[in-house]
Design a protein around this ligand. Structure first.
Ligand code: EPZ
Length: 420
């Protein structure tokens, strides 16, 4: 297995190009199941989760052809409707094929995605909404068996909780349904907005895009002609590198980024002392020498994202004073805390609230990645720790960060990918 070896350097400087958003790419790849044509997708990030989903689609009979900076997916020969455990267990977002396969073929079997390190991650809201649309859902030997013999019917759905992939799944199911579906308490993440925009450009009229109430006018089983598109930039990758500039106190410029997707993150970094120069597709961070402490509560978009919680917790270890970070979305998303404590951070946990007494010197040591964003928090800590930090189990990192060590090396960091 690979690990990353990080040594603090005097300073970082330069540009980092942000890749396409993993969490936009996944539903957009699943969406190709609704198409009758070949769909060209540009700016897909080169990360494990994308490769996993494309492999799943190939296993179901789709054709995925890779060209230089794009992938062309054709699902017209898709014959299988069963997403098996061996693939789903490696990436729970495989659940995103349930809505599209069911609405196109009238039946689908998807292995129940297990929980993951950060929490139970149930899919009850996905299934309840599909049942409201007329699906018959059984759970047998760990598989979701869904049938809709007469197709799915548009209806009014209210999500009990805001769910990102739940919203995406139902949008895609409703796209080919018979009639209108109103989805209330929908997720408003930019990744959901792009899915709506691409569908809306492909013949599925969607009203309320970007709001919590979506109305999707189904095509009544008519497959779509989906125009090619470019995946939006990854706002979480961008936020992670902004934290790299803030924690090292070094000026960095991000390119191919959309600052409009980072409102809450930029606002919290400003509270901690940074300022920014922003253009249409770049952000330059001007970090302060003194990092101020902060209070953060993670919530759904456009509030502060849970996917940036671990990175800000690492940053808070270097702040002056005490910071408070509350995790409201997932029940077990503080596993990076014990690893940061081993590096010398002064953090205490009380349920879903972390209290971080900043200003501690961090010392490099062997640390273990436990989930995708926790991994990046350990890398950030390694950039400012004395000595050598070895981050193990970076297969977690490789799921969602495209060439992280290369991007950091390019701005002067000492980050090496080595073999155990
Ligand atoms: C998406 O996960 C993201 N993944 C996650 O990013 C992100 O952390 C999360 O949204 C929240 O923003 C992808 O988009 C592929 P949810 P998702 O359904 O859709 C509960 C990363 O780091 N819930 O919005 O699975 C759930 O338990 C990953 O890139 C139910 O109770 O998250 C959680 O408490 C990690 N029942 C809350 O809702 C359901 O049926 C939000 O979950 C569905 C969700």
């Amino acid at each position: 297995m690979d690990y990353l070896q990080i040594k603090k350097v005097k300073s970082l400087s330069g540009n980092i190009k942000i890749s396409g958003a993993k969490n936009a790419s996944l539903p957009l790849i699943a969406m190709t199941i609704l198409a009758k044509n070949s769909v060209s997708i540009k700016n897909l990030p080169q990360v494990a989760d994308i490769r996993t989903l494309l492999k799943l689609l190939s296993n179901l009979g789709a054709e995925c052809n890779f060209h230089d900076d794009k992938v062309v997916v054709n699902t017209s020969s898709l014959a299988q409707t069963k997403a098996t455990y061996d693939i789903v267990k490696t990436m729970r977002a495989s659940i995103l094929v349930l809505g599209p396969i069911l609405t196109r073929f009238g039946h689908c079997e998807v292995s129940l995605p297990g929980g993951c390190a950060i929490g139970q991650r149930p899919v009850d809201l996905h299934l309840k909404a599909l049942e409201q649309m007329g699906a018959i859902i059984d759970i047998k030997s760990g598989y979701i068996e869904a049938t809709a013999p007469n197709g799915l019917k548009g209806c009014d759905i209210i999500f009990d909780k805001i769910t990102v992939t739940g919203t995406a799944n139902i949008i895609m199911a409703a796209a080919l349904a018979n009639g209108k579906t109103t989805l209330t308490n929908a997720a408003r993440e930019p990744e959901v907005v792009q899915l709506c925009e691409v569908l809306n450009n492909s013949g599925v009229m969607i009203e309320g895009i970007g709001t919590a109430i979506l109305t999707i006018h189904g095509t009544n089983s008519k497959l779509l002609n989906i125009e090619g598109f470019t995946v939006i930039p990854d706002r979480i990758e961008a936020g992670t590198y902004l934290c790299a500039g803030a924690i090292t106190r070094d000026e960095l410029t991000l390119t191919n980024v959309n600052a409009g997707h980072l409102g809450a993150v930029l606002s919290k970094l400003e509270e901690m002392g940074s300022s920014f120069s922003i253009t249409k597709d770049t952000i330059t961070i001007h970090p302060s020498k003194v990092i101020k402490s902060v209070k953060i509560v993670t919530q759904e978009y456009p509030a502060f994202p849970t996917d940036m919680q671990a990175q800000f917790l690492a940053l808070a270890t270097q702040a002056n004073g005490t910071s408070i970070i509350e995790e409201r979305l997932f029940e077990n998303r503080f596993m990076h805390v014990s690893e940061l404590q081993r590096m010398g951070a002064d953090i205490s946990l009380n349920g879903h609230v972390a209290t971080i007494n900043g200003g501690t010197k961090l010392s490099g040591t062997d640390v273990m990645a436990t989930d995708l964003r926790a991994s990046s928090a350990l890398v950030l800590a390694g950039l400012v720790a004395d000595g050598v930090t070895d981050v193990h189990r970076i297969y977690h990192l490789d799921r969602g960060y495209d060439a992280l060590e290369k991007k950091l090396e390019a701005v002067g960091a000492n980050v090496k990918r080595l073999k155990e």
